[in-house]
Design a protein around this ligand. Structure first.
Ligand code: KMH
Ligand code: ZN
Length: 259
């Protein structure tokens, strides 16, 4: 069965500071946690950055630079920079990290979805920062846009900069998108898939659905490297299932606040 790849998604753009005092916010904390996961055995750190004062997800290249420089000075963990970014960022802002830093790996979200976080609003009586309530509530009526044009353009930037895409698959139809983009020559095999399960708006986090995703990927794409992450309490169960099936795992405070 060999070794498994552990990706640690350090902070993401979903959770907000009110939800956990442990959510890394400053570039220094994000870098420190990336080094700590490397020491603990993770091979990849998936990186987003946040405004150091408020914790709001940011696309600032200066903040990314601070994190990347500090991490690369201290260890050789592979960095997977996010091109998913956060709510409200333009596609140009999201892909800028690939053009600027030419990372070894970066995420490439393989379809559009209504990435819904709004049910979390009712779980908190008050929020630490003003932006948090709106960040969660607007997701009821917002699409995370990853159109075929965006996929084509992003794929071009990845190729130009020799960055390997980690393909984020939130539902089975996105494998159909991927088969098409491979067939058109925009994405090169072998591909690396990250099945993201349990996002409201995407595929439910069940064992049967993971088998369905896996089997559909086999049928439509052939061989692939794959990993699983899941939202919130589903993370541990779905990551365990992935390991049992021979897959890799993604953990970290981006997707859940515990593992
Ligand atoms: N936040 C995850 C559910 C990205 O950064 O490109 C998916 C993700 C997207 O990690
Ligand atoms: Zn991410």
């Amino acid at each position: 069965m060999g070794k498994r790849i552990i990706t640690a998604a350090i902070t993401g753009a979903i959770h907000t500071p009110t939800m956990s005092p442990y959510l890394p916010i400053t570039p220094k904390r994000i870098a420190d946690e990336s080094v700590r996961v490397w020491e603990a055995g993770a091979a990849v750190a998936h990186i987003h950055v946040r405004d150091p004062e408020t914790g709001q997800p940011s696309s600032s290249l200066d903040l990314f630079r601070e994190v990347i420089t500090e991490v690369k000075d201290r260890c050789d963990i592979i960095l997977c920079l996010s091109t998913g970014g956060g709510a409200g960022m333009t596609t140009e802002e999201r892909v800028a990290v690939v053009r600027e830093f030419k990372p070894e790996l970066a995420s490439l979200n393989f379809g559009s979805l209504n990435f819904a976080l709004f049910p979390a609003v009712s779980q908190y009586e008050e929020f630490k920062f003003a932006w948090e309530h709106q960040h969660l509530s607007i997701s009821e009526d917002a699409i995370f846009p990853n159109t075929f044009k965006t996929l084509r353009e992003f794929s071009g930037f990845f190729k130009e900069n020799k960055t390997k895409p980690e393909l984020e698959i939130y539902d089975v139809g996105m494998l159909n998108n991927l088969a098409f983009m491979i067939q058109q020559g925009h994405i090169k095999k072998p591909v690396s898939l990250q099945f993201v399960m349990g996002i409201l708006g995407g595929i439910p986090p069940t064992m049967e659905n993971l088998m369905f995703l896996h089997q559909t990927a086999r049928q439509t794409i052939g061989d692939f490297v794959w990993s699983v992450c899941a939202a919130g309490r589903h993370q541990m169960r779905m990551c365990t299932t992935s390991l049992l099936m021979g897959g890799n795992v993604r953990v970290g405070l981006e997707d859940n606040l515990y593992v």
